[in-house]
Write a protein that binds this ligand. Structure first.
Ligand code: E4P
Length: 214
């Protein structure tokens, strides 16, 4: 499983990118609105930081509008992935982009059947939302299992992005169950990098080393 960062905050992207672990970035309209900056300017900055897939979501709800928006976004960089909602109109747009060899990420996926439909429409990626399923008392992780099994049984090449990741257990479990990517907020990156025994172990090593120097 590879790591994406789920944010439109360029400082967060820069910080985690410096760790050397980022394969790409996902954004969504809520994350972009939170930053209060121009979307295209933000994307241009992200493109300069990360050389990997950068998901940029369309706002239109009809296929024609999604296609118009998506083509403009795709013209920014070969790394832009058009993020499309999991609707009938979204599937039409995904099929269009697939024929044009423009990558798509079908988002707001909450069932295995939706993931299969998106894959058959030619989506490059599907984004099942773990945390939001957990929030309504359903098992988000089971959805990763189901999609991974179906894609494997049918030889489907669409890649799974575990999304709506809220805590470290989501990261480990998504990796074990075969998600190709997890898109993770900066806060969760900072949770998964640390361990109290790493901190105390390092402190002891340095103290022992210092004691030898006396
Ligand atoms: C996925 O691409 C979305 O941007 C994101 O993971 C949604 O997460 P949330 O449910 O925490 O808002």
């Amino acid at each position: 499983m590879r790591f994406l960062i789920d944010t439109a905050n360029v400082d967060e992207i820069r910080e985690i990118h410096e760790w050397g672990v980022l394969a790409g970035v996902t954004t969504n309209p809520s994350l972009v609105a939170k930053e209060g900056r121009d979307f295209v300017d933000t994307l241009k900055e992200i493109i300069d930081i990360v050389d990997g897939p950068i998901s940029a979501e369309v706002i239109s709800t009809d296929a024609k509008g999604m296609i118009e928006e998506g083509e403009k976004l795709a013209s920014l960089s070969k790394n832009i992935v058009i993020k499309i909602p999991m609707t009938a109109e979204g599937l039409k747009a995904a099929k269009y982009f697939s024929k044009k060899k423009i990558k798509t990420n079908v988002t707001l996926v909450f069932s295995a059947n939706q993931a299969l439909l998106a894959a058959r429409a030619g989506a490059s990626y599907v984004s099942p939302f773990l945390g939001r399923l957990d929030d309504i008392g359903q098992d988000g992780m089971q959805l990763i299992d189901d999609i991974a099994e179906i894609f494997s049984v049918h030889g489907i090449e669409t890649e799974i992005i575990a999304a709506s990741v809220r805590h470290p257990v989501h990261v480990t479990e998504a990796a074990k169950r075969g998600a190709h990517f997890a898109t993770i907020p900066a806060k969760v990156f900072k949770q998964i990098i640390g361990h109290p025994l790493t901190d105390s172990g390092l402190e002891k090593f340095l103290a022992d080393w210092a004691s030898m120097q006396k």
